[in-house]
Design a protein around this ligand. Sequence first.
Ligand code: NAP
Ligand code: GLV
Length: 312
Amino acid sequence: MNKKINVLYYWDLDGFNRWSNIFSKKAPDINLVHKDNTFSDEVDVALVWLPPKGLLASYKNLKGVINLGQGVDHLLKPGIVPKNLPIIRLVDPDMSKQMSAWVSLQVLRETCFMEEYLDQERNKNWQTVRFIPSNEWTIGVLGIGAIGEHVALSLSNFGYAVKGWSRSKKKFDGITCYHGENGLTEMLPKCNILICLLPLTNETRHIINKNTMSLLPKGASIINAGRGGHVNEDDLLEMISLGKIKNAYLDVFETEPLPKNHPFWDHKNIIIWPHVAAQTNTDTSIDQIINAARCLVNNDVAPNQIDREKGY
Ligand code: NAP
Ligand code: GLV
């Protein structure tokens, strides 16, 4: 009988039980193991979210690491994943759908003037706040990869004028695409709403800063579901206080959980979500995890291996 593949699981305990059940049903050749319950030299592959420094280096026979989510910035920090090991990330179509729903919710709050109508409701006031037709809202999406493309296309279906920005040149029906530094400078002045769905890398850290926000039209709003490190938080507070930025809808923060004394909590123009915009769905991601584990033990290149040079 072939030896089973031992996959180390590192994240929450509830998740361990849920994933164990699904592995035992779908992949009897895989054993999901917990770090407190296994010999380190028996581990073949690691399936992780936010592993601490040094943990993965202690598994000497590890052949690769599978990320339990789409963003890999946490795995590329020094001392987390030994340099010789491949890192595979999830690209889960359900994550794109969840993100499109979450982003649409924030966009609709803005474009349907939801806060203003809620205020009117409190005063039993029946009147039109303002009407801006869909096509007069220009929405820019920073990062039109697996998630950003889906989000951009969903927003375009509402009739908004959607623009997308990426590193390389792209083409999608109904979306005006920009790329590179010049593309960003060209796109920003047109965007009433700016959405960030970039990976966090050396190039994208603090991409939403005083300079880039200054290029947006006065009163633009920001939606960030990429990573907290994309937004310079002090610059955001300043730009809101100057009236340059109207509202910020944030799912991710420099420090998570957001510290209790953080000024964002009490700010009426900042809407806070606790990093929940799109979450890993066991049902829709299990097949790619099983495939990745099998590829890694057979020394095959698994789909969605990240490029450490690019950082995503
Ligand atoms: P992806 O498929 O790798 O797409 C990344 C996009 O960003 C690509 O279009 C890429 O351009 C662009 N990009 C990267 N670096 C750039 C740069 N320097 N300049 C311009 N464009 C750049 O990533 P994804 O799967 O869509 O995920 C994106 C991010 O979403 C993740 O990294 C994670 O941080 C975040 N996320 C958040 C949640 C949440 O719940 N808040 C959930 C899932 C993911 P190219 O196409 O030219 O390469
Ligand atoms: C969640 O933030 C992810 O990157 O999957």
